[in-house]
Design a binder for this molecule. Structure first.
Ligand code: ADP
Ligand code: MG
Length: 451
């Protein structure tokens, strides 16, 4: 039984959220909220106005729910934001949102992650086409389909889009992250119910596994997953896997799993180029039914965004500002809203690849020329490897272009270097710290699991 009042629980949640979001984010969106009610797994939070309610609903809901679940130990807690009537701001007519058509959602598929909300463009064309093909004829074309790439590039979105389409044909879809698989497997071992656990997964019509890298090195879970994989594959059921790297680049991944992941089709997603960013913004603005002048969307798209999640965040920020100012979005409002997010400092080199190489060289007290040279001492080689890894992981550059920008090296040397860094950061805390330090300098977000 929960002894704390809703207000006390919420205050504890705020304490946790404060360390998880930025200071300004916390001040703008969370500070003036109050826990009102908590019953039957519904947690009601009072917020000062509709902007805050909408922002939290669209951007922070899952983080908040995760926090409440941790605090209450109730896995089913859902949060609702209610505007405290007395403080409601008038919302301009222009900005009013039409009701979103309700999409039936089963299982744990995200309702918004469908093919019709996914914009195909340079960077994800192949992955999207493969996902659509597999959704149209599961088990027939590429089995498994393995999609990999950096964070925020649409892997989870594609996985769920396949899930929705297949579920609509009454095929039982099981979708989960490798982390969830692991924790459920461990719980099943503890309660001696592994048979039941395996039956559940092995009876699925289609299996979608996200963030597969999280299984690597967990021997027993890998073994269990290996058997699940075989059983589904042998009976022609489709398996789709998403990971942050290609199978052969995941450190400590069981060799047998690696080879099976490579059986079907392995495709990557790359960061969107400017045209793709603009197309995504246009689609998102029109889904939200908010009129945007093309100059404003172009202004947002031209900023450096490392991934689509950040891009969407910028769009939401501009919308929130326009609402606060009661005006249609303009370049001026966008520039205020985004501050220096994604803005290039005047002395920053024009190419992000050059910026990465420079930053790495500086961190090691070397020069970009050293990294491009034939020098092979320990320090220079390590720095060069890190530069290659960052160009690949955070910037999504092709192997050939990385080789070319580091003194004309062979793509296979780039593959070997990236693999070595993956191993180094898994086993050597000094290497890991060094990499994180450079990532921080470059404002890169650490790669982490989402969902
Ligand atoms: P990943 O799993 O690769 O880290 P997600 O699938 O979670 O990335 O995508 C991050 C966010 O960007 C999600 O809100 C998703 O809907 C959105 N997104 C990613 N790619 C696209 C796209 N091509 N079109 C529209 N939205 C996208
Ligand atoms: Mg994901």
């Amino acid at each position: 039984m929960e002894n704390r009042s809703p207000r006390e629980i919420w205050d504890a949640a705020l304490g946790e959220l404060q360390v998880q979001v930025s200071k300004s984010n916390f001040r703008t969106w969370l500070e003036k909220t109050v826990g009102m009610d908590y019953r039957e797994n519904r947690f009601l939070v009072s917020v000062p106005n509709t902007f805050v309610a909408e922002y939290l609903e669209n951007n922070q809901k899952s983080l908040i729910e995760k926090t409440l679940i941790n605090l209450t130990s109730q896995p089913g807690v859902r949060v609702t934001f209610q505007v405290n009537g007395a403080h409601t701001y008038p919302v301009p007519k222009l900005m009013e949102m039409p009701p979103v058509p309700s999409v039936p959602c089963l299982g744990n598929l995200n309702c918004g992650y469908r093919f019709d909300t996914f914009t195909m463009g340079n960077g994800n064309r192949l992955a999207c086409a493969a996902a659509q093909a597999v959704a149209a004829s599961p088990g027939k074309l590429y089995n498994p389909l393995y999609i990999y790439g950096g964070v925020g590039l649409g892997k989870t979105h594609l996985l769920h889009a396949i899930g929705h389409q297949v579920q609509a044909r009454h095929i039982q879809v099981v979708c989960m992250s490798a982390e969830q698989y692991t924790s459920e497997f461990i719980a099943a071992i503890r309660s001696r119910k592994t048979d039941e656990f395996h039956r559940r997964y092995r009876s699925a019509g289609m299996l979608l596994i996200d963030d597969i890298q999280l299984i690597a090195g967990k021997k027993q879970t890998e073994e269990s997953f290996f058997n699940t994989f075989n059983e589904l594959h042998n009976s022609g059921r489709q398996i789709i896997i998403a990971g942050d790297q290609a199978p052969k680049m995941i450190p400590r991944l069981d060799k047998r799993l690696r080879s099976r992941f490579e059986w079907g089709l392995v495709v990557d997603v790359q960061p969107p180029d400017i045209d793709a960013r603009l197309a995504i913004l246009q689609a998102k603005a029109s889904q939200k039914n908010i009129p945007f002048a093309s100059t404003v969307l172009e202004y947002i798209a031209r900023r450096d965004h490392h991934n689509i999640r950040e891009l969407e965040g910028s769009l939401n920020r501009v919308i929130a500002y326009s609402r606060l100012l009661n005006a249609a979005p303009s370049v001026e409002i966008a520039s205020q809203a985004l501050g220096n997010i994604g803005e290039r400092a005047p002395d920053q080199p024009a190419s992000t690849s050059d910026a990465i190489i420079d930053a790495v060289a500086r961190n090691f007290n070397l020069t970009a020329a050293d990294l491009k040279s034939g020098k092979r001492d320990k320090e220079t080689s390590f720095a060069r490897r890190i530069a290659m890894y960052l160009l690949r992981q955070n910037n999504g550059c092709s192997l050939a272009s990385i080789g070319a920008s580091l003194g004309g090296r062979d793509p296979s040397a780039v593959t070997a270097a990236c693999k070595k860094v993956s191993q180094e950061i898994a086993s050597d805390s000094h290497a890991q710290r060094r990499l994180h330090e450079i990532q921080k300098q470059l404002n890169f977000y650490p790669i982490k699991s989402n969902r």
